[in-house]
Write a protein that binds this ligand. Structure first.
Ligand SMILES: [Zn+2]
Length: 333
């Protein structure tokens, strides 16, 4: 299949830039979609894998045993609507070329019935249909309520695609998966909102043959640092994926504000955090991603010096270390 293995692009992953390039793939196929991804392979038969999964712990609560079927990260409703078998094969496109696939493979996370039920009630039922409209309709005209539920569904789905234990089929993983981001998943099965520092931006990704063949580099590049405070590494994370008509870039930047200049100029729309009452009538359209997230320098802070209010926002085109040095220079004057 063609879902990129959005495995965690943790900033501790030296291959993050590569991961981002790979994740940044999108495709176009007989007017239907495409996602890009790198996929962990299940080397077992379908039934044996189900039996094995039933002996594994849930990937969300990490305590109960998974059901044999687990959680379908890309739901059957989505795959039926976006990739119907009746319409034949579809393609996925990456820098490595175009692959024609006869059907859309499943993407599954080991998940217990209890967590599965929570995901259904919290995300799928209230937001699944609105999210599919947002991903597939040029003007979904979502109400404020539909907008919030659709965005939460997207955050949930993008994060589960990146879960270290999510199983993809067909294509083996090309990058190690990062660990150590439990706060990105614990909120999914609680009454909490996503953790502070999680942001997401979206645009309608126009994919025509000219755009795909040229694959121009993003206009801007924003470096995410590896932050170490008092000996503890603060994980930053980035994931960029186009599904159907829409590209969503999700970034976890705990404790350090981020200036997304394409969002500031209206080229893309920030969908998280989102203010109450905002509605997504439509998304701006672009041929290419206007901003690429990349791995930056490792910065060690003294205790109590990593304070969001004192740090200049991470900015495209400026390495984080220079932001910090400029601030130190200002203090010295
Ligand atoms: Zn569970």
């Amino acid at each position: 299949m063609g879902v990129p293995d959005p495995s965690h692009c943790n900033q501790t992953d030296p291959d993050m830039a590569l991961v981002l390039r790979r994740v940044g793939l999108s495709s176009f196929s007989d007017s239907r979609i495409i996602i890009a991804a790198w996929l962990p392979t299940c080397h077992h038969g379908r039934m044996s894998r189900k039996a094995e999964r039933a002996k594994e712990t849930c990937g969300l609560c990490n305590s109960n045993l998974s059901s044999p079927g687990g959680e379908h990260v890309l739901t059957r409703a989505l795959t039926r609507e976006f990739f119907p078998k009746s319409k034949g094969s579809y393609t996925t496109t990456s820098r490595n070329g175009v692959v024609v696939r006869p059907h859309f493979d499943s993407v599954i996370l080991a998940c217990c019935p209890g967590c599965n039920d929570i995901l259904e009630k919290r995300f799928e039922t209230p937001g699944g249909k609105a999210a599919r409209r947002l991903l597939s309709e040029p003007e979904p005209k979502l109400t404020p309520s539909e907008t919030v539920h659709a965005v939460l569904w997207i955050l949930k789905t993008w994060l589960l695609l990146a879960h270290p234990r999510t199983e993809f089929q067909t294509v083996p993983p090309v990058s190690p998966r990062a660990q150590g981001l439990p706060e990105l998943y614990s909120w999914l099965i609680s009454d909490q909102l996503p953790p502070a520092g999680l942001s997401a931006w979206a645009f309608r990704h126009r994919q025509d043959s000219d755009s795909l063949m040229k694959m121009p580099a993003p206009a801007q590049r924003l470096e995410l640092p590896i932050v170490i405070v008092n000996g503890k590494t603060i994980p930053f994370f980035s994931m960029d994926l186009t599904l159907k008509l829409v590209n969503v870039a999700l970034v976890y930047h705990p404790g350090w504000r981020l200036h997304h200049s394409p969002a500031a100029s209206g080229e893309v729309t920030q969908i998280w955090p989102i203010s109450p009452g905002v509605q997504l009538y439509s998304l701006p359209e672009l041929h290419n991603r206007p901003l690429q997230f990349a791995s930056g320098a490792t910065l060690k802070f003294l205790p109590d010096r990593y304070q969001e209010e004192h740090l200049p926002a991470l900015t495209p085109g400026v390495s984080p270390e220079f932001l910090v040095l400029d601030r130190l220079a200002a203090f010295d004057q």
